[in-house]
Ligand binder design. Structure first.
Ligand code: AMP
Length: 284
């Protein structure tokens, strides 16, 4: 039984549950406050704080985990990132007060006080630039620190930037891009099979989420152009239509962002009965 640590509340909880569900692993939690849940026959989910997950995985309390890349970097433990899960995207940035006159990293004075929930990452970032700053570690609501006179600068997570704007702060540098990741202890082998199987299942879901399956009846005599418009993974699948001398059915996987253009192009070639569906999993 592989133990997987999952965020018990907060921004990554829903995304983790949703992704696992789409990979065929439905959480069977009894009530909102459950500390554990079964996850198919082979996994046991442990619900803990996202920030603690790197420690739990590094210490062996869980075999694998889902948490933010930012938290993995901050933990500075021996952890392997097995897969980027493409949700929970945000950036760790350096920001200053709009009215501070400091609008670039190089303008931050030596010995500036930097408030953050990410003391290790922040220290490493400034030290790497030969910049001596004083770290003010705090545990939340970092954006108000400059207004309380606690710090001159903050290092905090942003997604849209609206919290910074609301608090009269401006971004002066980006330290790292984060998103949810699947992690394991470095050199952990699990039972040898379960971890690679889980990675493959999650990858198949991630691969499928930006793709659509498109089907259309296209004129037989336009097949050369159809192949150009609808390249698919290894060319479109062409199927005979019963009683259809003039038309054949063309099926192909297309990038979700290309669907609009492909439909217009197919229509221009005389296609009919166009159908677009989501794909649950894709294993090429
Ligand atoms: P939590 O504090 O439990 O809600 O989780 C915070 C984690 O969610 C962060 O460490 C990031 O990995 C992730 N996250 C994604 N988007 C954001 C955001 N806009 N602000 C803060 N954290 C975010």
């Amino acid at each position: 039984m592989l133990r997987i640590a999952l965020p018990n509340k907060g921004r990554l909880t829903e995304g983790a549950r949703d992704l696992l569900g789409r990979a065929g692993l439905e959480l069977d939690a009894r009530g909102e406050r459950a500390l554990q849940a079964s996850l198919g026959a082979e996994f046991r989910a442990l619900f803990v704080n996202a920030r603690d997950i790197p420690e739990f995985v590094a210490d062996g309390a869980a075999d694998i985990g889902i948490t933010g890349r930012d938290l993995v970097v901050e933990a500075e433990r021996d952890i392997d990132v097995l897969l980027d899960l493409e949700f929970g995207r945000c950036r760790l940035v350096v920001a200053t007060r709009e009215d501070s006159g400091v609008h670039a990293l190089d303008e931050i004075p030596a010995a500036a006080r930097v408030a953050t929930v990410f003391p290790r990452t922040t220290r490493a970032f400034f030290a790497g630039r030969g910049h001596e700053v004083t770290i003010v570690p705090i545990s939340g609501a970092v954006e108000i620190a400059p207004h309380l006179g606690v710090a001159d600068v903050i290092v905090d997570l942003v997604a849209t930037g609206s919290t910074l704007r609301t608090n009269g702060l401006v971004e002066v540098a980006s330290i790292l891009d984060s998103s949810a990741v699947l992690i394991a202890r470095t050199a952990s082998d699990g039972d040898g099979r379960q971890i690679p199987e889980l990675v493959a299942a999650l990858e198949s879901v991630l691969r499928a989420q930006n793709k659509r399956y498109l089907m259309a009846n296209v004129p037989r005599n336009a097949l050369a152009e159809v192949k150009r418009v609808l390249p698919g993974i290894s060319g479109p699948t062409i199927v005979d239509v019963l009683d259809g001398d003039l038309f054949v059915a063309a099926h192909a996987v297309v990038d979700a962002r290309d669907v609009y253009r492909v439909i217009s192009d197919l229509k221009a070639l005389g296609a009919e009965g166009i159908l677009v569906t989501k794909i649950e999993r894709l294993m090429p």
